[in-house]
Ligand binder design. Structure first.
Ligand SMILES: Cc1cc2nc3c(=O)[nH]c(=O)nc-3n(C[C@H](O)[C@H](O)[C@H](O)COP(=O)(O)OP(=O)(O)OC[C@H]3O[C@@H](n4cnc5c(N)ncnc54)[C@H](O)[C@@H]3O)c2cc1C
Length: 385
């Protein structure tokens, strides 16, 4: 078991090298393989986000956030789907990590339980998105009813009912967060669903409505589910969701950007080998597209760097910076892949080409929370604030 962040980093590099060698087979997958997640857990990846005082490896954003993002970036260069599902774990645990409040004992107790679960090797994810919500968690139509039940996590028990989609990692995750409006309230809050070993036939609160058939991030198992009285624990935070989501926002945006940047790193590296081999045959147009692809990749990396610095420094502009970086990386990644295919030719249209897969994989970033429309509304509001 890895004992430092550097150990995890080293182990992940070994894993990524093995996975990279297996790329064609991995890119053809439409499902996750639990063995991959066992290997990542054994490398200590799930512990990175849990504070040191809770037995994890997190020493604060200033020390651990950059290496953490670097690890997901390098993992994505080897297997984008596994990297995206894996990155959901710190992105979700960040809701507890980023909002300490010693004045709220119930919240602090739940935070400790969440961190203990990550240290124990339990994988977290999210199935929050709802058809028709446009990625806005405040627009949930799901409802939650208080129930008397035992749950693996500390907190009040509820039964959640509603339609959800895009639950990346379903089948390999142990806990997934979702949103719903609880009894007696008009505002939504977060609930933690215990999804481990739960059947998907509707007999225990989860019914598979549509299996994930994404053109990109094809193996993420981001299925749609009907929740019908699904057992859950309510977020123990006393107050509105806004401070929680605001504090976690920069972590989510930067982690997701890291994943897509990792794909871009690899696409550029693989393309460069091909460009080198046929450099003297390239037409002027192809040379221009290649130079612009490299330039877009460089700018995307700089945008990501800017977000990392803001989060590391705990800057008051971190939310704004991380969101701008996410949107910039999303735009630039799509542009870069488009240019690469023009340079490398029609063969990149084939499913046997890694570029056909990467082209669709990078498009995910613009749809990840907050998706294009919602992100743009937020950026506009911040601009005139
Ligand atoms: C690769 C990938 C992975 C993702 N992983 C996650 C994840 O792990 N967890 C998570 O919570 N989210 C995840 N998301 C979702 C993401 O965060 C956004 O919520 C999502 O992309 C928003 O989708 P949308 O813009 O289509 O809007 P949505 O409103 O979510 O979806 C609109 C779709 O719903 C249908 N629809 C059904 N009923 C209605 C209605 N009444 N009104 C309007 N439309 C309706 C429409 O036909 C349309 O197809 C993922 C997205 C992608 C692309």
């Amino acid at each position: 078991m890895a004992v430092t962040t550097a150990d995890v980093s080293h182990a992940i590099d070994g894993i990524a090298a093995r996975w990279r060698a297996d790329r064609p087979q991995r890119q053809a997958r439409r499902h996750l393989d639990r063995a991959d997640f066992d290997v990542l857990r054994d490398a200590g990846l799930l512990r990175l986000v849990a504070p040191v005082e809770d037995g994890g490896l997190w020493q604060g954003a200033a020390s651990t956030f950059r290496p953490m993002c670097g690890i997901y970036r390098r993992l994505a260069s080897a297997d984008p789907s596994v990297a995206l599902v894996s990155a959901m774990h710190p992105a979700v645990v960040a809701f507890w990590l980023a909002s300490p409040d010693p004045a709220q004992p119930a919240w602090e107790e739940q935070r400790r339980a969440v961190f203990a679960s990550a240290v124990a090797g339990e994988q977290w994810g999210t199935i929050t998105s709802e058809p028709g919500s446009g990625g806005d968690i405040a627009r949930t139509r799901a409802v939650a009813k208080a129930i008397a039940a035992e749950h693996v996590l500390v907190g009040s028990s509820y039964a959640v009912t509603g339609d959800k989609h895009f639950g990346s990692g379903l089948g390999v995750t142990d806990h997934m967060i979702t949103t719903a409006v609880p009894d007696g309230s008009s505002d939504p809050t977060i609930f933690v669903l215990d999804v481990r070993d739960r059947p998907w036939d509707g007999s225990a609160g989860l019914e598979l409505v549509a299996e994930w058939d994404g053109m990109g991030m094809a193996a993420t198992q981001s299925h749609a589910m009907r929740l019908e009285g699904a057992p859950a624990v309510r977020l123990a935070w006393g107050g509105g969701l806004d401070p929680i989501t605001r504090a976690a926002g920069p972590y989510l945006a930067t982690l997701f950007s890291a994943v897509v940047l990792g794909i871009l790193d690899e696409a550029i590296a693989v393309a460069r080998e091909q460009v080198r081999r046929k450099a003297d045959q390239l037409r002027a147009y192809e040379r221009v597209e290649w130079v612009r692809a490299e330039q877009d990749h460089w700018v995307a990396a700089q945008a990501h760097e800017g977000a990392l610095r803001s989060v590391e420094g705990g800057l008051p502009t971190a939310s704004h910076d991380a969101l701008r970086a996410k949107q910039a990386v999303a735009d630039l990644a799509e542009q870069t892949l488009l240019r690469l295919t023009r340079v490398l030719g029609g063969g990149t249209f084939s499913q046997r080409s890694p570029f056909a897969h990467w082209f669709e994989d990078v498009r995910a970033l613009g749809f990840l929370r907050p998706p294009w429309g919602l992100a743009t509304d937020t950026l506009f509001a911040l601009s005139i604030d």
